[in-house]
Design a protein around this ligand. Structure first.
Ligand SMILES: [Ca+2]
Ligand SMILES: [Ca+2]
Length: 321
């Protein structure tokens, strides 16, 4: 009873605010005159003088499809509204109405019935106001029925059981209806995948400054290989370990580590004669980096360079750069 006293006070407050004065007449008394609601815009219409049409589904005829608080509800002096689904959640409420309302939503544009009712509500919006939320289909029509909550003589169930217990006259006054669309909850962003940075790639520049290495024999020049001018390895990340060796012991194994200038030179290769068929092998490596593996194949009077890459930690090349 306290709630109903609150509603009385709410009605008085609404009257003070002139709520009833702006309400429209009940032009949407009948189903085929349902008023189209604009989403997020209040409609204020009085149900004074509204009726229940013959065959109109009332809200509800039994508590099997409006079980709120397990008390049967019965809407009288009904008004009808219409919304078009937008594929999102739609929330319809009578909050702020001047009377105790009951509401039902039907998935149909023309013929509401027990078979197509979606949901009904008596007091879901609090303070005896009604609220129905439903997932709409884009383009589908929905009829909304709102009436005054029919009161039984003692306000106890059953209000109306078709066995002769008749309800009292339904409350009438300004009914305020709003349909809001509720966007679906935001989809959480995909987890950020933190990928490790790509490994550093060592791509040195090398030079031998080679000159043909030959001897004269009976007035003819016989090419024996090349003579290294100087072996310089440049464009090295700081800390790169550069190792130089030759096949058939043609040169001593040598190791240098690059400083900030990114350059190392191998003085023991200076003016070194490399006979045809020998190879100079240069590897440049650094922990965690893709290293460089270079072979110079000594020919008759030139050196052919082949460069491969070393996976981090490997000593033999397994990949092309
Ligand atoms: Ca009606
Ligand atoms: Ca109610």
């Amino acid at each position: 009873m306290r709630a109903r006293m609150k509603l009385t006070l709410a009605i008085m407050a609404a009257a003070a605010l002139g709520l009833a004065a702006v309400a429209q007449a009940n032009q949407n008394d009948n189903i085929n005159a349902a008023v189209a609601l604009t989403l997020n815009v209040f409609d204020e219409t009085t149900n004074i003088g509204s009726t229940v049409q013959p065959g109109e589904p009332l809200t509800p005829p039994s508590n099997s499809w409006c079980p709120e608080n397990d008390i049967q509800r019965y809407a009288g002096a009904t008004l009808w509204y219409f919304v078009t689904g937008n594929g999102k959640q739609i929330d319809v409420s009578t909050e702020g109405s001047a009377i105790d309302t009951v509401m039902a939503v039907y998935k149909t544009a023309t013929s509401p019935s027990v078979a197509n009712v979606i949901k009904c509500s008596d007091d879901s919006a609090g303070d005896l106001f009604s609220r129905v939320s439903f997932q709409s289909l884009a383009g589908a029509g929905y009829l909304i029925q709102v009436g005054g909550r029919q009161l039984c003589p003692a306000d106890v169930a059953p209000c109306f059981n078709g066995a002769g217990v008749q309800p009292a006259a339904p409350p009438t006054g300004t009914i305020r209806v709003i349909a809001r669309f509720t966007p679906p909850p935001p989809v959480p962003p995909p987890p950020v995948v933190v990928r490790p940075p790509p490994p550093e790639v060592i791509r040195p520049a090398t030079s031998l400054s080679p000159k043909p290495y030959f001897r004269r024999s009976r007035g003819r020049i016989v090419y024996l290989g090349i003579k290294v001018g100087k072996l310089v390895v440049r464009q090295l990340p700081t800390g790169t370990r550069v190792q130089v060796g030759c096949t058939r012991g043609a040169c001593p194994a040598q190791v240098r580590t690059a400083g900030e200038n990114g350059r190392v030179e191998f003085p023991r290769m200076r003016n070194r004669k490399m006979r045809r068929g020998r190879q100079i092998v240069i590897s440049a490596t650094k922990p965690g980096a893709i290293g460089s593996y270079i072979r110079y194949f000594i020919g008759r009077n030139r050196a052919a360079k082949v460069e491969l890459c070393l996976k981090p930690g490997d000593k033999q090349p397994q990949m092309k750069c």
